[in-house]
Each structure stands twice: as structure tokens, then as C-alpha cells.
Design a protein around this ligand. Structure first.
Ligand SMILES: Cc1cc2nc3c(=O)[nH]c(=O)nc-3n(C[C@H](O)[C@H](O)[C@H](O)COP(=O)(O)OP(=O)(O)OC[C@H]3O[C@@H](n4cnc5c(N)ncnc54)[C@H](O)[C@@H]3O)c2cc1C
Length: 484
């Protein structure tokens, strides 16, 4: 344990020039235009193709890769492909603006492992200790081991509740028998029987979703029974995080036929014509285009998809409209001087952000002189989702995150040279009370010649491998249709 000696004065003005925004970049982007209903009626189709893919996240890119021999077009609204796992580099160190790691083979990530093998990518197991950073530069390694648990600077009564919660109460709940009942209440409601200090601890550190109030008790208990962040079987990644997979898919599709993936192309209308073909209309650089395709794969997230799909069945539309989504901005602090070098994953206690990863951990071959990057993740509560649209607010949030981290990592603020901030509004789905039993089962059903390929339809809390599976499944269905 080291003690902090000096704190820096960090203001929004002092860091603004260091910030580069990615994703829904300011001052405007087509998503805002769409919200303001500024697009004209769709024109007649100018072009015929086999398949149009709407969205260039992992699901869309996987589908494009599988269908790269077809006459296809992928349309991505944002200036860069990758969706929730966009690729970025700073001074030779690649990192992901979103998705970071997958589970070891045989756990929750097999579809991603299969794809990696095919793409000749080799995820490496992270053998560094999971660490929790407390204020005052106190870092405790392996908090879920007996030694780490004892070293955590928490009152004994909180530790007693943690043990009771994980080892006594959680294993005893008959989760499947009580599924309907537990899915109707929030996890904060369920936690009322524990001490306030324990609830604070759980809120600040343990939960893998924005807050216990927004999460279904059924989902949260399932997660707690699996150990929340303990994930003792381990995780794997590589330089560039999961964005490297998206970048490689993108390269392969480009190799197979250049110019078939357009960025900055916002699709605002998708409908079937009288012959069952799909007409997709998009806005790009102030111009409007319509393509006619035999099939469409919709990778766009549900809150947008439900508005652009004009002949979607009512039950699907209602279910998609009932999904709730939070914003999940990330902050990547870059420096030539080491900030944190003792491992890859760091939980952060009592901070705006909930977790830190260290992408350069997987670039150790670059030696001790390599640039250091701390990637920080903020699962925002549902009520705050729209604040990511406000640039001043996000600059202030970046300053706050840096201030909080400066209290945990010695002299961090003085070292930071560049800050990459990734923003998307409502880019992550939350299993709120009632969602798993009454909304989730309806989602993702294809209709007409429209197929869905987004991770959120396969898993209430979606992960990268779900997007790969969704892309594989949609591509297989389209392939079958094209062969008829
Ligand atoms: C910060 C963060 C960290 C994460 N960490 C992990 C992790 O460590 N491990 C893990 O397994 N998973 C992680 N995930 C989850 C994982 O990244 C996602 O599940 C996965 O990337 C989702 O891919 P997708 O293709 O289903 O959706 P998305 O990535 O959301 O792709 C949808 C795409 O559609 C585009 N689009 C939307 N509307 C339109 C339109 N009208 N026209 C054209 N295009 C449109 C969007 O811009 C976007 O590019 C993380 C996610 C985030 C945000």
C-alpha cells in the first residue's frame, strides 16, 4: 500500500484540449437528425443487391464477413465501424474503445473463440491479479482470495455481510422456481434485508450493471451466484482488445471486395416492397440513397431499429419499445509515463467509473518504455442516459473521473497527455424488473426478409460473443434464402 501525497487541480478547461471524442461525435451526428425527424421521404431504389446490412458493430461485421462473397452493402451510421467495440491507437498502443475481453474457452465465449481461430487471432490468458483501488492509493490484489478479502479496508460488519451474501444466501435460493417472482422486483428491493454499508459496497463495486435499482432481482441473483466480478475461470484478450476482432473482420471484408462498407451512412427507413424485397434508405453526406435487397440484416440497436423498420410486426415493435438502455461512455487516459503497471483489471471503489483496464498490459512485448493507457468504464444509470449528448457535461465528467483516479493512482493527472472518450447514447441494454420474463422472449424474431443480428437479442446483458453468434445466425439464414 502506498500513501498519496499531492492532489492536482483538474478543471474541465485544463483538460478539454486533450480530449478526442469518438462514436457519437459532437457537435452533431445523424442520430440527432433522426430524433428531430429531419429526413425526407425515401426515394425510389437506385441499386439492386443481395443483402443490405444495417450497422457495423460486431454482429453486422460478422454477418458481412460470412457473406463477403455476396453482392452486399454494409451501412454504418457512425464515422467509424465497430459499434460497441471500436478500434483505436495511441502512440503505437492499440486499444478498444469498448469491449475488452472474453472468457477462457469453454465458458461464455466459444463463438468468439471459434471466430478468432478462423481469423488467426490468438487471445492470451490474463494471468495478472484482479485489483481493487480504494481512495488514498490503496490497491488490494485478488479481493476474492482469503488474503485479499482480509486486506480490503472495509469494516468487519460489511465483510460479514459479503460472506453471508455470497456463501450462505445466494447458493440457497431456488432461482428457477422463483424466476417470475424475482424478475418482477428490483435488486435494490431484494437487498433491503442487508446492512446499508453492505448495500453501498455492492452498489459501488460488485454489480456488473449500472445500479441495483434498475436491475431485475432474478438477473442480479443469477449474476451474484456466478460470482459477479470474481470470474475465477479467467479472462483473455490481446492488443487492441475485442476491437481487434472487429478490425480484422473489416479488413477481410474489404479484401474480398473494396468499398462495400460505408461509414457515416444512417439508415432511416427499411420496408418491404410488393415483391418482398427490402428497400433500405440512408442518408450520407447530405444525400439520400435507396437500395433494394433480397434480404436485410439489422445490426442496429433496438431503440433505433424499431423506428426505422416500417412494417415490423406489432408485438416485436412493442417488445423493442419496452427495452431500456443505458449509456456506457468510456475514458482512455494516455501517457508516456507509467500510471498503473501491476495488472490488467482494476475495480474502483466509490468512483464515477466502476472499472479500469490497462490495454498496454497486453503489449508488454513493447517493453517498460511503452506508453501507458488506462481505460475506464462508466455504466450510467437509466435516468442519466441523455447527458452523453451534452459536450460540456461530458468534459466535466471526464475531469471528475480524472480527479477521482488521481486520488487512487499517484500523480496520474500530471502524467496524462491525451484522453480518448467514447460516447454512444443508449448503447447497452439493461435487464430491468420484468424484462427477462415479459420482453426478452419476444425479441429478435425475423420477419419477411429482415433478420436481426444484435447481441442484445441473445442475452439480457449482451457480450461480444453474443454479437458474433447473432451475426453467424443471421448470415446463415440469409445464405439459405439467397439459395432458394
Ligand atoms: C464500454 C463497453 C465495454 C464492453 N466490454 C465487453 C467485454 O469486455 N467483453 C464482452 O464480451 N463484451 C463487452 N461489451 C459488450 C460488447 O462490446 C457488445 O455486446 C458488442 O460489441 C455488441 O455488438 P453488436 O454488433 O451486437 O451491437 P453494436 O456494437 O451496438 O452495433 C450496432 C451498430 O449499428 C449501428 N447503427 C445503429 N443505428 C443505425 C442506423 N440507423 N444506420 C446505420 N447504422 C446504425 C451503430 O452505430 C453500431 O455501430 C462491452 C460494451 C461496451 C459498450
Amino acid at each position: 500500500m502506498r500513501k498519496k501525497t499531492h492532489m492536482h487541480d483538474i478543471t474541465p478547461e485544463s483538460i478539454e484540449k486533450k480530449i478526442v471524442f469518438h462514436g457519437e461525435v459532437f457537435p452533431d451526428n445523424p442520430n440527432r437528425k433522426f430524433e428531430r425527424e429531419e429526413f425526407p421521404p425515401p426515394p425510389e431504389p437506385q441499386r439492386d443487391i443481395d443483402v443490405v446490412i444495417i450497422g457495423g458493430g460486431a454482429g453486422g461485421l460478422t454477418a458481412a464477413y460470412r457473406l463477403r462473397d455476396c453482392n452486399m452493402l454494409l451501412l454504418e451510421a457512425l464515422p467509424q465501424l465497430g459499434g460497441n467495440s471500436m478500434y483505436c491507437e495511441w502512440e503505437g498502443v492499440p486499444f478498444s474503445l469498448g469491449g475488452q475481453y472474453i472468457g477462457v474457452p469453454g465458458t461464455w465465449a466459444d463463438s468468439a473463440w471459434d471466430l478468432c481461430r478462423e481469423l488467426n487471432l490468438h487471445p492470451e490468458k490474463d494471468d495478472s491479479p484482479l485489483t481493487v483501488a480504494f481512495p488514498g492509493d490503496v490497491q488490494v490484489q485478488n479481493p476474492y482470495s482469503a488474503r485479499g478479502f482480509l486486506r480490503m479496508p472495509l469494516p468487519w460488519r460489511v465483510k460479514r455481510d459479503i460472506l453471508r451474501f455470497y456463501f450462505f444466501d445466494m447458493p440457497r435460493i431456488d432461482i428457477e422456481a422463483r424466476k417470475d417472482e424475482l424478475d418482477q422486483i428490483s435488486f435494490s428491493e431484494f437487498l433491503k434485508k442487508y446492512s446499508p454499508e453492505f448495500r453501498d459496497w455492492y452498489e459501488l463495486l460488485a454489480k456488473p450493471y449500472p445500479n441495483t435499482e434498475d436491475a431485475s432481482a432474478y438477473y442480479a441473483i443469477t449474476s451474484a451466484r456466478e460470482g459477479d466480478y470474481a470470474e475465477d475461470k479467467g479472462i483473455c484478450s490481446f492488443p487492441g482488445g475485442l476491437a481487434l476482432i472487429n478490425k480484422t473482420l473489416q479488413d477481410k471484408v474489404e479484401e474480398a471486395g473494396p468499398g462495400r462498407m460505408l461509414t457515416g451512412a444512417f439508415v432511416y427507413s427499411v420496408r418491404h416492397d410488393a415483391n418482398g424485397r427490402v428497400l433500405a434508405t440512408y442518408w450520407r453526406d447530405g444525400k439520400i440513397f435507396t437500395v433494394r435487397a433480397r434480404a436485410a440484416i439489422v445490426n442496429a440497436e433496438s431503440n433505433i431499429a424499431m423506428k426505422i423498420l416500417h412494417d415490423i410486426p406489432e408485438d416485436l415493435k412493442v417488445a423493442m419499445g419496452r427495452m431500456r438502455r443505458f449509456s456506457y461512455p468510456t475514458f482512455h487516459f494516455c501517457s508516456h509515463q507509467p500510471i498503473y503497471r501491476r495488472g490488467y483489471r482494476v475495480g474502483v471503489m466509490g468512483c464515477t467509473i466502476q472499472a479500469v483496464t490497462v490495454p498496454d498490459w497486453f503489449c508488454r512485448h513493447l517493453g517498460a518504455g511503452r506508453p501507458n493507457i488506462l481505460s475506464c468504464f462508466n455504466k450510467m444509470s437509466l435516468k442519466d442516459v441523455d447527458t452523453v449528448k451534452n459536450k460540456e457535461h461530458m468534459v466535466r465528467m471526464t475531469a471528475r473521473v480524472l480527479t477521482e483516479l488521481d486520488m487512487r493512482f499517484t500523480d496520474m493527472a500530471a502524467k496524462v497527455e491525451a484522453i480518448h472518450v467514447f460516447l454512444r447514447t443508449r448503447n447497452y441494454c439493461i435487464p430491468y424488473p420484468g424484462y427477462i420474463t415479459s420482453v426478452f422472449p419476444t425479441l429478435g424474431r425475423p420477419f419477411g426478409n429482415v433478420f436481426f443480428a444484435n447481441a442484445e437479442y441473445l442475452n439480457p446483458v449482451s457480450h461480444f460473443p453474443d454479437a458474433v453468434t447473432a451475426g453467424n445466425q443471421a448470415a446463415a439464414a440469409v445464405r439459405k434464402l439467397l439459395q432458394q
